[in-house]
Design a protein around this ligand. Structure first.
Ligand code: ATP
Ligand code: MG
Length: 550
């Protein structure tokens, strides 16, 4: 894969700023609202900000924009910090917008005193109606010309808890006829009586995201305030606020396009909908595009970082094929996963000429890395192979075992299918095979190279549960789909039994496994179940672009 992120437009801007000595130090931040878990889209922004500060020996802060206690929760704060740690991204400081509530309150008073903010008593709906549309200009609120003195008095009483929620709010006095709707007297403060996770009961009025976001950036002296394209119009408001509250430092905002991935929803609101309506089992359900789900599923953090390093930073809205992310995950697993054998749909084989003893076969844990060690796998006269690995008659390009033909069992012997037994429905129950005792890991003299299939010993295998995950949605591009429920893939999770080598009983919690010829698997963190549960991290082969099931 070509490296594409070397010289994105933001880095070019920073290089120029440094050349012109515009800043002494580069400061960036990642500013999540603690109202959900981080998804891979957030990770794009997180990585970009941290990468830039690191590249120029700057400072990188994590700042929680925590201005809406209704939707925020300490559990989100914890998970965001944990996810960032897991990715291996270093943070210089953790700040909260709520650290600045005193200052932001004073800035609001500065605006009121300049007659640039007023208390509005219009209802929420009326405010919306008066704001107008792209075609219709807005209309002034009847409270717009209230005296400064009255505005100040009410605002102070608002803070003290004299009024009920939604009875009033503080608005900036800008221009109700502006072409930019955001400039039509935006709300700066609203009343909320919820407890706040940081300030607890101290406040009952909270600054809006827009009012506080730019102030927090300015107070932290963020040199390059990076955000996604939907904030372009907000930039004008941010500049207006900073100019009028007279903070000297004005962070420059630069916008880049959001990350979109095929078969994925990257919107907290929609992800929350899926969780709340139980279409998935929580935010870390392995079908979710959240970092906590990726971690649980067994995606490697370094593989995710490699993906983030190589995605384009620009201003074009686009959608990246999920295969790009998956190829990083797969390449990493191919190098690091331990190999074992497991059979999903068993078909019994009896080796007619083998004595009923057990032979232990020494196998490499990774075909190309002796360093990863060996294991002993029991071989016995009854084995299971995959049902799809046997056919009575030859079909072109078929690589499995055919009646009357030979095949190699992975890391063990060549066998020949002699006879089959079927049940009354015509389903094959047993294959009787001959095994060639002199072919352990070597070819029989004069016999052409055989195909290879995997197997497990019937007697010694253990049964585990496997969660086979497919995409959550049937369509590759679902970003703009209104009815998400209609698009949900009914086969996004298939739970099966799998017969695996006994060595997996002593699985390593930190290791990922390749079940040979099936896929990559990782132990699920559900500790309360009797059976071992493994999640399929990813299939071995790249899927067809529009395929949502394997
Ligand atoms: P969502 O759209 O998922 O609801 P959000 O913007 O409301 O996300 P925030 O917590 O405010 O969530 O996001 C923190 C930062 O992550 C913001 O700077 C935002 O621009 C950025 N971000 C959010 N989604 C993406 C994405 N898909 N690609 C890149 N950056 C993103
Ligand atoms: Mg946001």
């Amino acid at each position: 894969m070509k490296k594409i992120n070397k010289n994105n437009f933001i880095i070019n801007i920073i290089k120029k700023d440094l050349l012109n000595k515009k800043y002494k130090i580069i400061k960036t931040r990642f500013p999540p609202e603690p109202n959900g878990y981080l998804h891979i889209g957030h990770a794009k922004s997180l990585f970009l900000n941290s990468y830039i500060s690191k590249k120029y020996n700057g400072i990188f802060n994590l700042r929680f924009d925590d201005t809406n206690p209704i939707y925020e929760n300490i559990k989100y704060i914890k998970s965001i910090i944990e996810d960032i740690k897991w990715l291996g991204i270093k943070i210089n400081n953790i700040y909260y917008t709520s650290n600045y509530f005193n200052k932001i309150y004073k800035y609001a008073i500065i605006l009121i005193k300049q007659n640039l903010a007023y208390i509005d008593k219009l209802s929420k709906n009326k405010i919306k109606k008066y704001r107008g549309t792209l075609i219709n200009l807005g209309k002034n609120s009847p409270y717009r010309n209230q005296s400064i003195k009255k505005n100040l008095k009410i605002f102070k009483k608002m803070r003290k808890g004299y009024f009920s929620e939604q009875s009033l709010c503080l608005r900036a006095k800008i221009n109700m006829s502006s072409n930019n709707i955001i400039m039509r007297d935006p709300i700066l403060y609203r009343i909320k009586y919820n407890l706040h996770h940081q300030t607890i009961k101290k406040w009952c009025i909270y600054p809006t995201y827009d009012f506080s976001h730019c102030i927090s950036d300015a107070l932290e002296k963020i040199s390059h305030s990076l955000c996604t394209l939907e904030f372009i119009d907000n930039r004008t408001l941010y500049n207006w606020i900073i100019k009028n509250i007279k903070i000297k430092f004005n962070p420059c905002q630069y916008e880049f396009s959001k990350l979109n991935l095929t078969f994925s929803i990257l919107s907290k609101r929609k992800l929350k909908f899926l969780v709340n309506n139980k279409f998935v089992n929580g935010w870390n359900d392995p079908r979710m595009p959240t970092l906590s789900a990726y971690k649980r599923r067994g995606y490697d953090n370094n593989a995710i970082i490699s993906f983030l390093k190589n995605i384009n930073i620009n201003k074009q809205e686009n959608i990246i094929d999920i295969n790009v992310l998956e190829s990083y995950i797969r390449d990493n697993l191919n190098i690091n996963a331990l190999r074992i054998m497991g059979v999903l749909n068993p078909l019994k084989i009896i080796l007619i000429n083998m004595l009923k003893h057990t032979e232990m076969i020494l196998m490499l844990n990774h075909p190309k890395k002796q360093k990863m060690g060996f294991r002993l796998v029991p071989f016995h006269y009854k084995i299971y192979i995959e049902r799809s690995d046997f056919k009575e008659k030859k079909i072109k390009t078929y690589k499995g075992l055919i009646l009357g033909d030979k095949i190699r069992l992975r890391n063990s012997y060549i066998i020949k299918a002699k006879k089959i037994i079927k049940n009354i429905c015509g389903i094959i129950k047993i294959i009787f095979c001959h095994y060639y005792s002199n072919t352990l890991n070597k070819n029989q003299n004069g016999y052409k190279k055989t195909n290879v299939i995997h197997w497990v010993s019937k007697q010694y295998s253990i049964i585990i549960n496997v969660n086979l995950y497919n995409y959550l949605f049937k369509k590759s591009n679902i970003i703009k789909k209104k009815n998400l429920i209609k698009e949900i893939n009914p086969f996004s999770l298939i739970i099966k039994n799998c017969y695996v080598e006994p060595s997996l009983f002593y699985y390593n919690k930190k290791k990922k496994y390749q079940f040979e010829r099936i896929g990559y698997f990782y132990i699920d963190n559900n500790k309360y179940k009797y059976n071992l549960i493994f999640n399929r991290i990813i299939t071995l082969k790249i899927k067809n672009k529009n395929n949502y099931i394997n």
